[in-house]
Ligand binder design. Structure first.
Ligand SMILES: Cc1cc2nc3c(=O)[nH]c(=O)nc-3n(C[C@H](O)[C@H](O)[C@H](O)COP(=O)(O)O)c2cc1C
Length: 199
């Protein structure tokens, strides 16, 4: 946290983007968990995610967006987060669809999610892509490598089972915890390997 403070001054902000992959529950869990930290969350939901939303989450989109401190429109390319002068500790795209991955890999910035991701890369800030597709196509695998080479972290929505999770919430929490770890946010959102015996 000391590192984050020195980089960001007093206000810490995180961009959370939700694209049209399956797994919106991961985004919900991340946004809820971020409420425990002094981090201002900036949310963008793509049109694709809005289409997936009713099939995966209960409640309204408005209530979902209210989990964030600020909600931006994906069509608003003039939003604060579209500029490198907006200081943020990084960005998570969760879930990240194959389509949004392709935009990140190629720098094709036709919506706010793609623009903010491009800005995050050019400013050398952490960009975490929580991908959800199975199996992966060759274009997707190539785009993953391009995005990785450009500085993004490829984080498949592929939970671990070593802690013997019994609920979907526990599985989801495992991905959220690792995502927070990647951003340098100290957390105990999910048990760690060998947490139980303290070694
Ligand atoms: C119910 C539903 C589930 C989907 N699941 C996935 C998925 O898991 N991964 C993916 O890459 N695309 C998935 N798609 C397709 C994307 O939503 C679609 O390609 C969309 O254009 C992505 O645009 P976006 O990245 O701007 O949100 C799904 C679509 C629907 C309607």
């Amino acid at each position: 946290m000391r590192y984050l403070k020195s980089v960001l001054g007093t206000k810490k902000r995180l961009i959370v983007a939700v694209s049209g992959g399956s797994g919106l529950i991961y985004a919900k869990d991340l946004l809820e968990s971020l409420k425990s930290f002094e981090i201002e969350t900036h949310l963008v939901v793509t049109a694709g995610a809005k289409q997936v939303f009713p099939t995966e989450l209960k409640g309204t989109l408005k209530a979902f967006e209210a989990l964030a401190d600020v909600a931006h429109k994906d069509t608003d390319l003039g939003a604060s987060i579209a500029s490198g002068s907006f200081r943020a500790l990084g960005m998570v795209i969760v879930p990240c669809s194959a389509g949004t991955l392709a935009k990140v890999a190629t720098g094709f910035t036709d919506n706010l999610v793609a623009r903010a991701a491009h800005v995050t890369l050019k400013e050398n800030r952490p960009l975490i892509l929580v991908l959800r597709e199975a199996p992966y196509s060759r274009p997707m695998l190539k785009n993953m490598l391009e995005a990785k080479d450009a500085g993004a972290t490829i984080m498949p929505a592929s939970p671990g089972f070593y802690n013997q999770p019994e609920t979907i919430a526990q599985l989801v929490a495992g991905i959220t915890a690792r995502t927070l770890d990647l951003l340098g946010i100290d957390n105990s959102h999910s048990p760690r390997w060998k947490d139980s015996d303290g070694t």
